[in-house]
Write a protein that binds this ligand. Sequence first.
Ligand SMILES: *Cc1c(COP(=O)(O)O)cnc(C)c1O
Length: 386
Amino acid sequence: MPEQNEKKEWAEMACDFIKKAVDGVQTLQPYQPGKPVSELARELGLDEKNIVKLASNENPLGPSPVVLKAIDKELAELTRYPDGSGYSLKQALAEKLSVNVEAITLGNGSNDVLDLIVRGWINPGDEVVFSEHAFAVYPIATLASSGKPVKVPAKDYGHDLDAMAAAVTDRTRIIFIANPNNPTGTWLGREAVDSFLKKVPDDVLVVLDEAYCEYIEEPDYPDGLEYLSQYPNVIITRTFSKIYGLASLRVGYSVSSPAIADILNRVRHPFNVNSIALAAAEAALGDEDYIERSRTVNREGMAQIEAGLTRLNLRFIPSLGNFITFDTGMSGEAVDKALLKRGVIIRPITGYGLPDHLRVSIGTKEENQTFLDALPDALAEAGCAT
Ligand SMILES: *Cc1c(COP(=O)(O)O)cnc(C)c1O
């Protein structure tokens, strides 16, 4: 056992390491994930089967049999390193999206790609512009590189593109745009994005984060890929975590000019996407039946939850994602706590500057109903407590 003063010295030394961390990292708030089902089951002494998790915008259908078969086949190669170039998946993506293979960069989830973009272009003090209430990974990636986050106030919960364009300075290197945005579900139409891109200097990277685009049936929603030929500073990021149902395997990608992809590939860790994930993603890409079913379940579930919230007189923010954010009219955290007691996990978004709101992911019809059934009691309990 160390002596008392030795112990103190040790604690001080450990503290020094915090002060010595990279500047941006010192102010970094870690990402708050949704509560795992197993954790709540343990806390409440409940059976995992009786818990509904609608907290992380996951695909409620469970994995596709087509994907499971592809994974099974890949298991025999587990001792080998994956194909570091992701050749086969990139070919499949290039064909499906009608883009050149050289335009694609694969990531360990699209979060990885977002991080590669920041690491590729941000020197300490360089500015990264994003919106208030926008996806949490933008500030995390920015601060990890000691970039300067420039958070632009939102307009009606969504991105204020005029204000974002006006926030550009000669230190701005990257603008992140989530379309639609998570956690608000707000989205930008074609005209808004068109006129924004015209205004942004061509030496500033514009990242269009389209994690939910495959769900979208709204005709005015712009396909970011269409901007690539006109704007070499645009990067599209997409993911296999949402409609393709592979959140656990971590696969995402970007489409950009080959020059941008070249830089991203320099900062990319070798083998950043594992072989199981590569095989699963390629299979998922061609699984039209699963994609179509996911879209249908989401469309119907969204209508079901919107109707349920309306019946309870709760205001919600119209969403194009696989989730919806609503105003509890009180502390969102308190309502969340009351829902947890009833075995329903959704997401408080205080960290996104929306303390009265909660975000719920669209689940199966039964999961959505369990949530809607638990909500009135949870609101009553939280209302009494506060
Ligand atoms: C879910 C989500 C992603 C995807 O993250 P992955 O790392 O691919 O799982 C990216 N951007 C936004 C806005 C999201 O909501």
